[in-house]
Write a protein that binds this ligand. Structure first.
Ligand code: LRH
Length: 486
């Protein structure tokens, strides 16, 4: 039978990765063919991305995949982290390096935007939780600091579509990544004229919105470019193989822990806003109602401070030391910016509990137990908000880097008191590949679930498998809820 080769370019905040997916006899296999480390650049006080080296990595990935296959892949698709973007001038050239969502400028202007348009109004208009990293806050800050941009910019493009554009695709955007801007209507059916106007963003900057899992164009070498749902989290959820009306809990665990539920339509009531949830668009057009929770960022930043790249060693030590018995709020603003994370965590614990975790092992354990407790708090919030749509006995599907962690899935199961089904760590790349196979006609969307079940090995983890007992988690979760509520 026919073989299809789809190349996923999965751009994360610390690496550009190329994963080659090969589809044979109803099964997708994946192989990493290229990886380039990169990091945010401090450009005289502004945090930016080095797009030149990212594009270099993207082009090398295509060359390397072509070399391995002995021919060009049948298609490529690009997914990236959410909310960041590029600005093009009238010649279609990039104006300057894209800025990073952890840049400090939003803290200077967010309150102004909240004056110009109430966060509740943004919520009703877009279904997206107003958060400072969102594109709407970033663009507002750009325009306040550089009013001349109004005339110099011709087009705004979310990062994955910017990369696709630089490879030859038209300057358009998929609905999934567009939803992360906080500038589009619920479900990203159209741009929100109301929010754009209130934020002073010219409507003519906005690219046409197109469905995901569709062909976008061709590279200069003639390779088909697919928009896979350019948001990495959309791709990760696509790799669950669900159909539009399946309601399931999921965690996409990486630098961020995205905990959510798949639902057919946006959920826009007040309770959902108050629960801190957001409606992002899926690759298949449905909705991911989720919490954007700070995840392994905390651990990655500690590792940077300790100069300890080996995560496995740290997690093993964490499993062998005593639990500190307290947990941090991963989303506290103190932890949002880079630098001295161990010191910040110790400071937070001293402030709130008058104890500090001892050394790296206990700090790592504290981070993992905190993530598990935060997962539990939001799993409960999601259950409350969607009610009968979600079976309370249903498991949580966990994908992404956390699927490789030897403690987090079981701790999450214990803290949430639900079974966790551990799926692939390669979810973003796999979802990207699957969307390409669907867009090019190699896989029928109706058999997406079967293809995934044949291609991915699932492991069930029960609450009782954790080294921490569920009732210990109850105590920690209560403490945390008291702090975050007060
Ligand atoms: C995860 C992610 C997440 C948010 C954040 C900025 O990588 O895409 O869904 O959008 O990055």
């Amino acid at each position: 039978g026919a073989e299809h080769h789809a190349l996923a370019l999965d751009l994360g905040s610390s690496s550009v990765r190329a994963v080659l997916g090969s589809y044979r006899q109803g099964v997708v296999s994946t192989e990493e063919v290229y990886r380039l480390r990169h990091q945010v650049v401090d450009d005289r006080g502004t945090l930016t991305w080095d797009l030149e080296s990212i594009m270099d990595g993207v082009r090398r990935s295509i060359v390397e995949a072509t070399r391995r296959l002995g021919r060009a892949p049948d298609s490529i698709g690009i997914d990236t982290w959410g909310v960041d973007y590029g600005l093009l001038d009238a010649n279609g050239s990039l104006l300057r390096a894209p800025r990073a969502y952890r840049d400090g400028r939003m803290s200077r202007w967010a309150a102004d935007l909240d004056q110009a348009i109430a966060p509740e109004t943004i919520w009703r208009e877009t279904g997206i939780l107003p958060q400072q990293i969102n594109t709407v806050y970033q663009l507002y800050a750009d325009l306040r600091e550089e009013p001349g941009l109004v005339d110099r910019v011709d087009r705004f493009l979310p990062l994955p579509d910017l990369v696709a554009y630089l490879l030859g695709a038209p300057a358009e955007t998929g609905r999934a990544i567009a939803s992360t801007t906080g500038l589009a209507s619920p479900g990203a059916q159209c741009w929100s004229a109301h929010v754009l106007e209130a934020a002073g963003i010219p409507e003519r900057w906005m690219p046409p919105l197109v469905d995901d899992a569709t062909v976008a164009g061709k590279t200069s070498e003639g390779i088909t470019i697919v928009r896979p749902g350019g948001h990495d989290t959309a791709c990760a959820v696509h790799a669950l193989g669900l159909t539009n009306d399946d309601v399931h809990l999921f965690i996409s665990s990486g630098s961020w822990s995205l905990i959510g539920v798949t639902v057919p339509d946006p959920v826009l009531d007040e309770a959902t806003l108050r629960s801190g949830l957001t409606n992002e668009v899926r690759t298949d057009g449905g909705i991911r109602l989720l919490r954007n929770l700070t995840g392994f960022w905390l651990l990655q930043e500690c590792q940077r401070s300790w100069n300890e790249p080996d995560t496995g060693v740290l997690v093993k030590a964490a499993g062998e030391c005593a639990s500190p018995g307290v947990v941090i709020d991963p989303d506290d603003a103190l932890f949002a910016t880079p630098g001295d994370m161990p010191g910040k965590i110790a400071h937070w614990c001293r402030d709130h509990y008058r104890v500090v975790p001892e050394g790296p092992a206990q700090t790592v354990r504290l981070i993992l137990e905190s993530l598990a407790c935060a997962h539990a708090a939001y799993a409960q919030g999601l259950q409350n908000v969607v009610g009968d749509l979600l079976d309370p006995a249903s498991p949580i599907h966990l994908v992404g880097g956390g699927a490789r962690n030897s403690l987090l899935p079981a701790m999450t199961a214990a803290a949430c008191n639900r079974r966790v089904v551990v799926s692939t760590p390669e979810a973003s790349a796999l979802g990207n590949i699957l969307a390409q196979l669907e867009a090019t006609g190699a896989v029928d969307p109706a058999s997406r679930g079967e293809v995934l079940r044949r291609s991915v090995h699932l492991v069930d983890v029960e609450p009782s498998d954790s080294i921490v007992q569920p009732d210990a988690f109850d105590v920690m979760r209560e403490r945390l809820l008291n702090i975050t509520a007060g």
